[in-house]
Design a protein around this ligand. Structure first.
Ligand code: AMP
Length: 114
């Protein structure tokens, strides 16, 4: 998608602060962190959000979770705890329409989120 900022970050046409990457996805720090650790895990393939995901994406979706886990571990969050969030739709705060996992940690968090 030529006008998608996360596609541009995936293609390294826009800068980011990367923390990890593999053949399936990249992980980089959120520009406006909502927690001491706030990392985005973004699939290389452009998928708008979960509504856009298909059965054939099942393995790719699983790889996102595994990379999020590895990132959280590398950030020292495995024992303390961390939250994985996906905003699906503008009504719940999705602002970039390329699927991404938020990995949030480093502070106490209430549940349910506000
Ligand atoms: P969402 O609101 O769930 O779509 O999340 C999009 C996230 O992307 C927000 O937390 C933004 O702060 C973050 N963001 C937007 N542009 C960039 C960028 N160029 N680099 C890093 N994070 C970004």
């Amino acid at each position: 998608m030529s006008d998608c900022i996360f596609c541009k970050i995936v293609d390294k046409k826009l800068p980011s602060t990367p923390v990890a990457e593999n053949q399936h996805a990249i992980a980089f720090r959120d520009l406006h962190p909502g927690a001491p650790t706030h990392i985005l895990v973004v699939p290389r393939k452009h998928v708008v959000n979960l509504n856009d995901a298909r059965e054939e994406d099942a393995a790719e979706l699983g790889h996102l979770l595994l990379l999020a886990r590895d990132v959280a571990k590398a950030e020292g969050l495995a024992e303390k705890g961390y939250r994985i969030a996906i905003n699906n739709g503008a009504g719940v705060g999705q602002s970039v329409f390329h699927l991404h996992l938020h990995v949030l940690g480093g502070r106490a968090m209430s549940w349910p989120p506000g």
